[in-house]
Write a protein that binds this ligand. Structure first.
Ligand code: NAD
Ligand code: A1AUG
Length: 572
């Protein structure tokens, strides 16, 4: 009996695999489907005593009690390379959160070839089916995997509960769901005109080749989007996560697999960044780079792609969102408590490790005494420590290299005659990488800390004379190569209008009376220009356009019986 049941199950499995292989009769699409309503994933507040706080902290405790090993996943199979690295808790250096295999050249090649083998079947899968997979991934992100993703982002990347919630839970789910909505809008774009007897159509092909997704440590959701957005549009993806986010990204990858992303379509390949990238860029079927990270790495990648251009079958698409030197400009009409509190959030949430973080501040002399007092007092009161204590507003920075870089900036300011530290300035890497939120005031608008990306909890203020507002506005665009985010604080409506116009090209995300961080998918598509990136706006249809190659089809419904035109007819 049991043997018969097993034989039946084996037969069913073989039949299913034959059906998927495409050799069986394909059922055509029998309707134009309407998507479920797409909305932002609601945030949970994790108040004391709430079920969500309890469940999340239980997930954190469980994750701390074990060390997961993460293999590469190539063509759906787990691959061990023998080169094993580890990801530690930046708030508690002694704690190893996970170990993982690191890819060498053979694994990179296998990942690329496996992805290419999966390409045509994935591209041919109807959009509805690809959408269903990513909608399922969104639901899994927001439910079954929510607290695991958050716990890994908290322990691995140093996020407190709220920062993990708005990243690994809601933003990740939002990217997945809104991309589905945008993909439908793109497919619905059809030629507006048909000449008599003609039917024109547009098809949105995937790119020919594979996409290389390289993600940063600081946002779990960004890793999800870097890999999932091109895949939704029918592309195959080789995903290299950051060494600082392997655990959370591996859980996001578990979500993709459980949601039904077929083997080979998305390959999860942590590895040595520079060596892996060199190998990838040498492949003739490299079709697109989908990168988020620092400006200097992106520039080096662009140069490598350019150097290899003769190898490629197509011109690779290059999408990169990179660094920032984001500003808050306080107008003399500003509401000071509002500007101060938004500055504290914008500069110090997640330890200033958001590409959008406020790191330069322009305050008029008339408001400075009150502004300074409130800012310094607020900053000194910030609670900081391990992220599993919900009372901590700030945690650690990501690793030793970041700690050293940021504290060098603090020491530079401390030793400069042009600057004064008015809050913070203390740090310790004894147990974890903790740097107190730090406020520097400088007399020079071109001071090093006013112009370079620090990517840590340091904000530098320049106090301008009220009469010099115009000249100060010019400084914003002139003293930094970046143009990612910026905010103005003004109660005077005319001033807000004028400043918005004058600052047009200084930020891709511009805020009025709000902090310069915290863009929400579907509400404020994100990205900057100049040295901050290609501004392809993740969280909007514009990004998805970069990962398709449209085909125009003209079908003639009539037939011709000759080849001349009326203009060829002569009077005799
Ligand atoms: N504009 C945005 O949307 C945005 C969002 C998040 C982060 N960022 C930027 O990212 C940076 C912080 O993230 P990070 O520290 O992970 O950035 P990073 O540039 O160090 O790393 C990003 C990715 O690039 C890889 N990488 C590093 N060196 C490489 C090399 N030589 N060749 C190929 N790949 C390499 C890393 O392993 C990682 O996967 C900041 O500059 C921040 O502003 C920008
Ligand atoms: N989109 C995020 C920043 C992402 C970069 O780190 C924000 O708007 O704060």
């Amino acid at each position: 009996m049991l043997r018969a049941a097993n034989a039946h199950a084996a037969h069913a499995a073989r039949a299913a695999s034959r059906a998927y292989s495409g050799s069986a009769v394909r059922v055509p699409q029998l309707a134009t489907f309407r998507l479920p309503e797409i909305a932002n994933e609601p945030t949970r507040d994790y108040a004391p005593g709430s079920a969500e706080r309890e469940q999340l902290l239980a997930a954190v405790a469980e994750m701390q009690s074990q060390t997961r090993h993460i293999p590469l996943v190539i063509n759906g199979r787990e691959v061990r390379t023998g080169t094993v690295l580890e990801q530690r808790n930046p708030g508690n250096k002694a704690q190893v959160l996970c170990t993982y295999d690191s890819a060498g050249p053979a694994e990179v090649d296998a990942a690329i070839e496996g992805a290419l083998a999966a390409r045509s079947k994935w591209e041919a899968l109807p959009l509805y089916d690809r959408q269903a997979i990513f909608l399922r991934a969104a639901d899994l992100t927001a439910s079954k995997y929510r607290y695991k993703l958050m716990a890994a982002s908290m322990l691995g990347q140093g996020k407190n509960i709220w920062q993990a919630e708005i990243d690994a839970a809601t933003e990740a789910a939002d990217f997945l769901r809104f991309n589905v909505k945008y993909s439908a809008e793109i497919y619905a774009q059809q030629p507006p005109c048909n000449a008599p007897g003609i039917w024109n159509r547009s098809e949105y092909r995937a790119l020919e080749g594979f996409v290389y997704a390289v993600s940063p440590f600081n946002f779990t959701a960004i890793g999800v989007n870097l890999a999932a957005a091109p895949a939704l549009m029918g592309n195959v993806v080789v995903w290299k996560p950051s060494q600082g986010a392997v655990l959370s990204n591996a859980i996001a990858y578990d979500v993709m697999r459980e949601a039904g992303v077929p083997d080979g379509v998305m390959q999860f390949v942590p590895g040595d960044a520079a060596a892996m990238t060199k190998r990838v860029f040498e492949h003739p079927e490299f079709a697109a780079l989908h990168f988020t990270g620092s400006t200097h790495v992106f520039k080096s990648m662009w140069k490598q792609i350019a150097a290899n251009i003769d190898r490629y079958k197509s011109y690779p698409r290059i999408v990169g969102e990179t660094g920032g030197k984001n500003y808050h400009l306080v107008h003399p009409s500003a509401d000071v408590p509002n500007a101060v509190n938004n500055t504290i959030r914008g500069a110090f949430e997640f330890q200033g490790q958001k590409c959008s973080a406020c790191s330069r501040l322009y305050v008029p002399r008339s408001l400075w005494p009150e502004f300074r007092e409130r800012l310094a007092a607020g900053v000194e009161a910030i609670r900081q420590g391990p992220v599993d204590d919900p009372a901590n507003f700030m945690g650690p920075v990501i690793n030793q290299a970041a700690f050293d870089k940021i504290t060098n900036y603090i020491e530079y300011a401390r030793n400069s005659p042009d600057a004064e530290i008015i809050a913070g300035g203390r740090y310790s890497d004894a147990d974890g990488f903790y740097i107190r939120p730090t406020v520097v005031v400088t007399t020079r608008p071109d001071f090093k800390l006013m112009t370079e990306e620090i990517f840590g909890p340091v904000v530098t203020a320049y106090v301008y004379e009220d009469a010099d507002l115009d000249a100060t506005v010019d400084l914003i665009g002139a003293t930094s190569p970046y143009a990612l985010t910026g905010a103005i604080f003004a109660e005077d409506r005319q001033a807000a209008v004028d400043l918005s116009a004058r600052l047009l090209h200084t930020a891709g995300n511009f805020y009025i009376n709000d902090k310069c961080t915290g863009a929400v998918v579907g509400q404020q598509p994100f990205g900057g220009s100049r040295a901050s990136g290609t501004n392809d706006k993740p969280g909007s249809p514009a990004l998805l356009q970069r990962f398709i190659s449209p085909r125009s089809i003209k079908e003639n419904l009539g037939r011709i019986s000759g080849y001349t035109y009326p203009s060829n007819i002569t009077s005799n």
